[in-house]
Design a protein around this ligand. Structure first.
Ligand code: FDA
Length: 303
């Protein structure tokens, strides 16, 4: 109920404009967002590197309304990647294809993304392609497949809550495309998504095992201790080394668990968002855990 409420709020444009331009926005978001500028995100990435944590940078934004806006998003990402690569900290960037023009056409989007992927390839980095709501799944996977054929340095995100997921994971494994498996963060109808948390969790564990056994360097993206324990059990049983996969988590969430995994010798990459268009991302984090509203209030009252 609260989850749907926050997901509904995440799509309200007037609220979004109000919050994003509010003088309180820095205080509101500092737990989950690295800052408004690229420099803030690079500083966080370097600090994490010193703590043996890898980074994937996300310049916040989605659903551009003109091709010109998509080109601006691409240029911002290019600038970010060009500063990230020389830091030599194994960083990648994560993008949303609706920010690169997917609403116009697959070809327009591909044209925009290619220069970024080419820079990643030349610099030994990777582009991680986030998965948005289910209306975009087919088109996103088509872009991923074409970029994989052309460049090879992309990772696809697959959401365990979708009923189609086993088939998508199988085809990603067959094509040798690395996958980040997450549970899924959008409000989806029961026609396409599993209805209960128990079913999503069971699918998550089943697909994690498929990826660990057959996938190309999978990323297990979750803060759920049960999912993590199932992963650890499986890799131990199969003799899969810690350098053959990575865990991924979101910046600011379950920092205790993050530290524990690193201490146990596992690879961990944090998804580090930055930029001014933080509202939809932030609302999805509240939807996942409405108790995060308390962090928010605490940050607001702190000097
Ligand atoms: P679950 O929601 O069951 O939470 C398990 C536990 O984790 C909670 O009990 C709580 O302790 C903690 N937790 C989870 N979320 C929290 C929050 N917001 N604040 C505080 N604690 C929290 N989704 C998507 O649709 N497309 C995408 O491309 C991505 N990309 C992505 C990248 C990475 C690196 C991560 C970690 C996640 C995503 N996601 C995503 C989001 C994902 O789908 C999912 O919504 C969240 O990860 C929450 O699911 P959990 O697996 O953590 O489990």
């Amino acid at each position: 109920m609260l989850r749907s409420f926050f997901l509904f709020l995440s799509q309200q444009r007037t609220l979004r404009r109000w919050f994003e331009t509010s003088p309180l926005s820095g205080k509101l978001t500092k737990r989950f967002v690295a800052g408004q500028r690229l420099e803030d995100a690079l500083a966080v990435a370097q600090r994490l590197h010193a703590e043996k944590i890898l980074t994937t940078l996300d310049r916040l934004g989605e659903n551009v309304t003109t091709i010109a806006e998509a080109a601006v998003a691409r240029d911002n990402y290019v600038a970010g990647l060009q500063k990230l690569i020389p830091l030599n900290i194994g960083g990648t960037v994560s993008i949303k294809l609706t920010q690169f023009g997917l609403d116009f056409s697959v070809d327009a989007c591909l044209e925009n993304v290619r220069p970024l992927v080419a820079i990643a390839k030349a610099g030994g980095s990777r582009i991680e392609i986030d998965m948005e709501s289910s209306e975009y799944t087919d088109r996103t996977l088509e872009v991923v497949r074409r970029l994989h054929q052309e460049f090879g340095c992309v990772r696809s995100v697959i959401q365990a809550y979708l009923k189609r997921t086993a088939g998508d994971i199988d085809s990603m494994c067959q094509a040798g495309i690395p996958v980040r498996l997450c549970k899924g963060a959008y409000d989806e109808p029961e026609t396409v998504a599993l209805a209960s948390k128990a079913a999503v969790d069971a699918n998550y564990v089943a697909q994690t095992k498929v990826l660990l056994d057959r996938g190309a360097y999978p990323a297990i993206a979750t803060h759920d201790e049960k999912m993590i324990a199932a992963t650890v059990d499986h890799v131990k049983a199969r003799g899969i080394r810690p350098d053959q996969f990575e865990f991924q988590m979101l910046y600011g969430i379950r920092r205790d668990l993050q530290a524990r995994l690193v201490q146990q010798g596992y690879r961990l990459r944090l998804y580090v968002p930055y930029g001014e268009a933080w509202y939809p991302y932030f609302m999805r984090r509240l939807a996942e855990r409405p108790a995060n509203v308390f962090f928010l209030v605490r940050n607001l009252v702190r000097k």
